[in-house]
Structures are given as C-alpha cells and as structure tokens.
Design a protein around this ligand. Sequence first.
Ligand SMILES: Cc1cc2nc3c(=O)[nH]c(=O)nc-3n(C[C@H](O)[C@H](O)[C@H](O)COP(=O)(O)O)c2cc1C
Length: 167
Amino acid sequence: MEFLDAIKKRYSVRSYKPDPVEQEKLAIILEAARLAPTAANRQAFKVIVIETSGRKEDLKKIYGKDWFGEAPLVLGVCSIPGGCWVRSDKKNYSDVDAAIVMDHIILAATDQGLGTCWVGAFNLQAAKEVLGLDDSMEPVAFTPLGYAKDTMIKKSRKSLDDLVIYK
Ligand SMILES: Cc1cc2nc3c(=O)[nH]c(=O)nc-3n(C[C@H](O)[C@H](O)[C@H](O)COP(=O)(O)O)c2cc1C
C-alpha cells in the first residue's frame, strides 16, 4: 500500500471480526513500533500485546465499550517517563514519544489490512492493575487490533486553510 493510501484508509474501527491476526502481520506491526523515532533516541517505551480471549471482563475495566475486547488483540503503548528526554524548560517528551509509537503501529496495521482505534479515554488505574504495571510505566494509549466488521464513514476534517499558518 502506498504511504498516503494507508493514511487515507485508516479510520477508527469500532466493530471487529473474531478472525485471528496472523503472526507475520503482528511481527511487521511491532517492527514498525520498534523503528519509531523518540526524542534523543531514548526508546523509553513498552508495547504490551494483550490476547483478548478469556480477558473480556479485565478489558472492560480498562475501557468499557464492548468493541474494545472484540478483536483478538489489544495493543497498549506505555511510556517510561523517567527514561524519556526532558527539554531544558522541564517539558518531558514521554507522551510525544508514545504517540509516535502508537501512530506507527496504527498505520502499519492499516497497511496490513487490519483495523485499529486509538483509545485514550481508558481508566488509568484499572489499566495499571490489570496489566500489573509498576509506577515507572505509564499507559498512554491502547488500540484493538483485528479485522474490521464496519466500514469507513467520510472523514470530517477542517480545511488546510484552517490548519496551516504560513509566516
Ligand atoms: C489521542 C487519541 C485518543 C482517542 N481516544 C479515543 C477513545 O478513547 N475512544 C474512541 O472511541 N475514540 C478515540 N479516538 C479516536 C478519535 O475519536 C478519532 O480518531 C477521530 O474522531 C477521527 O476519526 P477517524 O479516526 O475515524 O479518522 C482517539 C483518537 C486519538 C488521536
């Protein structure tokens, strides 16, 4: 798939088939995560691969929508803020790093014909408990990973005139 096609084809999938995700496809997606750039190349993140089978109740604690545990896998990106680059004015880039990793995952998944949906509205405490994360790790975003049952609706986006400022 051409790069721009993947960007155009990606949408938030909120209904999934139970079909398994091929190991080769998962490997490609995880490699895309590994290659993501991070500030000062700190690579202070972990990708958590969660098999949803038999875990529906736990997943509901993390994010309550039924479709969250519908795909065979859920991937979570956790930052390790203590290991991330900090700018001289003390801004920690951990969220930025984690978002880039998740975007690599999501676009690579689209390229492999798989559906995803960014999930940021999860319960932080429940996620830490269910996944057994220590305090050094902060879950930043999750996505189901599987084959879409729904189809894309037309994207609603502002115009470039609204979004770009030339100086
Ligand atoms: C950082 C981030 C967090 C998001 N969190 C959620 C979420 O918790 N639940 C959800 O259903 N969608 C979530 N979304 C999906 C957005 O609502 C969606 O990307 C946006 O409406 C554009 O639609 P599209 O992804 O289909 O193009 C999130 C997206 C981003 C980028």
